[in-house]
Structures are given as structure tokens and as C-alpha cells.
Design a protein around this ligand. Structure first.
Ligand code: BGC
Length: 303
């Protein structure tokens, strides 16, 4: 059996070494945050400001055992400027929340349309092989949290938490009831239970709506923070020409079949499509690069 000291590298007295969640005052959350979209963040300066972060973007509190060990997966393609703002914004928040966390950036190579579902699934499987964690957060690169009382952990084992119900782009209103896009937290176990995201959605959107169908198929839905807490600013950007309406009809067909397709389209077949081409343990994040394969010319498989 591992001892508490062995497990958490104990450097403080055992009497005060209680789980972080027992000490509300240790959270040091500040509530409402001023969003400063600063286009000229210097990466060296950012590294200096985050010297406690270990290579690969890993951090753990040293004065109390964390309640949750969290992996945050951030997919992108050609969005380095957003990613730097994302890192500058979230490292301090996650440390104030006293989480053990690792930031995992999953990048798509090539000029094909974006396939966020494949990037999430493939990165999750790599994390399973390499890291120890119990909670995973799927996070858009352009979403900046406005209130750090919105906790980045999984405290309900069976109900995922949609952390971003109030986004400035939608005037801080949930646009529709089944939306789980933006920022979604769930246990590692739950993500495997729903077989991850679909691999079949190309271009902008859809894979998150399909996730709702998967959750319903395993008899769950989501919790959400109060809209005054689950508030985000979305960094503005243009969707690439062709991304938004790619195979719109098939996307609708796919969505209509979520409930029957989920068990054979997801984590269990993503390796048929995705190849890991690069891994790097950068100072502020773990970096995976994937070749996600080619977008179909015709009707996608598995419909
Ligand atoms: C898309 C989702 C997206 C939502 C909010 C929907 O039309 O299918 O993927 O999250 O809009 O932008």
C-alpha cells in the first residue's frame, strides 16, 4: 500500500496535510475575472510566470492532496495565437483551484477540414497510455473563463458537467437545451462508457451535438453551473471557408443516428483513422500532433 507521504511527496506536517477541498481558503479564487485579450503575449515571459509548472504542462499542489487529477485537452489547427492566450489565462486559474492538472494540446496536421472528434479521441487514448488521471475536460481553444468559481473537476461520477452554458457570443444564454459544446468535463470512466466522440464529423460543429445522443444512450445527461458562474468570452475568429457547411445534409443524417452508431464509432475505431506524428513535452503543455486521415468525398461510413 502506498503511504500518503509516498503518494504526494509530503513536505508539510501531516496534521495540516488534508485534502485541498477541506480548505476553502486555499482556493484563493477571485470570482469575476477581467478578460484581457492581449495579442502580444511573449512566450518566454509566460514561461517565467509559470515556473512551478513542470514540463508537459503538469502542476500539482504541494500543500494538500488534490481532489481531482485532471487532463485538459485543447484541440487546434493553426490557432497558435489563441493557444498562447489560453495558456496565459488558464494556468493561474487551475493553480488557484488547487487541481492536479496537465494541459494537453492536440493539433491536426494537413490542409483537410478539421475533425475535432478524432483529435479528442486520439489524444485521450495517448493520455490513457501515458498519464494517471480521473477527470478529463474537453476545451475549445477560444473559450476564456470569466469566473474562477467555475471549478474544473469532475465531482459527479456519472453526470458530465457542461461548464460553458453562458458565452458572450450567445449573449450569455444557452442557445439550445442539448448543447454540450465549448467546455465539457467528465470522468475518464464516463468518456470510455460513451465510446468517446464520433469520428465522422468534418468541418465546424456537430460532434458535440452527437455527444448528447451518446449520453442519452447511456441514460445520463449533464449538469451545468449557474449562468453567472459558467460565463465565457469567446475569442473572435473567422471560420475557414468550407468548414461551416461541409456535408450539412450528412451531418444531419449522422445526428439522427447517434443513438444507434455510438458504440461502433468513437474511441474503439479512432486508431483506424488517426496516426500520431509528433509528441513533445513543452514547458507549458504536452503536445500531440495527429494525422487524422482524409475527409470523405461521399457519404460517411456508419450512417
Ligand atoms: C453546432 C455545435 C456548436 C453550436 C454552438 C451548432 O449548430 O452543431 O457544434 O457547438 O452550434 O456554436
Amino acid at each position: 500500500m502506498r503511504t500518503l507521504a509516498g503518494q504526494f511527496n509530503l513536505t508539510v506536517s501531516p496534521r495540516t496535510y488534508q485534502p485541498c477541498c477541506k480548505f476553502r481558503n486555499r482556493f484563493r479564487s477571485v470570482g469575476h475575472l477581467k478578460i484581457n485579450i492581449n495579442k502580444s503575449i511573449d512566450l518566454d515571459e509566460l514561461r517565467k510566470r509559470n515556473q512551478g509548472v513542470k514540463k508537459g504542462g503538469f502542476w500539482t499542489p504541494h500543500d494538500c492532496p488534490p481532489r481531482s487529477r485532471v487532463i485538459i485537452i485543447v484541440p487546434h489547427r493553426n490557432r497558435w495565437s489563441h493557444l498562447i492566450q489560453w495558456l496565459a489565462h488558464y494556468h493561474p486559474i487551475l493553480q488557484r483551484q488547487k487541481l492536479e492538472y496537465r494541459i494537453v494540446v492536440t493539433e491536426q496536421v494537413q490542409r483537410n477540414l478539421f475533425n475535432k472528434g478524432r483529435l479528442y479521441n486520439a489524444a485521450f487514448l495517448e493520455c490513457e497510455r501515458a498519464f494517471d488521471f480521473d477527470c478529463v475536460i474537453f476545451h475549445d481553444v477560444d473559450m476564456l473563463l470569466e469566473n474562477d468559481h467555475n471549478m474544473y473537476w469532475c465531482y459527479n461520477m456519472t453526470r458530465p458537467r457542461h461548464l460553458s452554458p453562458a458565452v458572450d457570443k450567445f449573449r450569455y444564454q444557452l442557445p439550445y437545451h442539448i448543447l454540450v459544446g465549448g467546455v465539457l468535463a467528465m470522468t475518464r470512466h464516463m468518456f470510455k462508457r460513451v465510446n468517446g466522440f464520433s469520428n465522422q464529423f468534418w468541418g465546424w460543429g456537430g460532434e458535440d451535438d452527437d455527444m448528447w445522443g451518446r449520453l442519452v444512450a447511456v441514460n445520463t445527461t449533464v449538469d451545468r453551473p449557474h449562468p453567472t458562474i459558467g460565463r465565457y468570452t469567446m475569442i473572435k475568429h473567422r471560420t475557414r471557408k468550407g468548414e461551416r457547411n461541409f456535408m450539412l445534409t450528412y451531418r444531419l443524417v449522422l445526428l439522427a443516428t447517434s443513438g444507434s452508431r455510438w458504440s461502433r464509432d468513437g474511441l474503439n475505431d479512432v486508431r483506424d483513422y488517426c496516426k500520431l506524428t509528433q509528441v513533445a513535452h513543452e514547458p507549458l503543455f504536452t503536445h500531440f500532433v495527429f494525422d487524422v486521415g482524409n475527409q470523405p468525398r461521399q457519404k460517411p461510413r456508419n450512417t
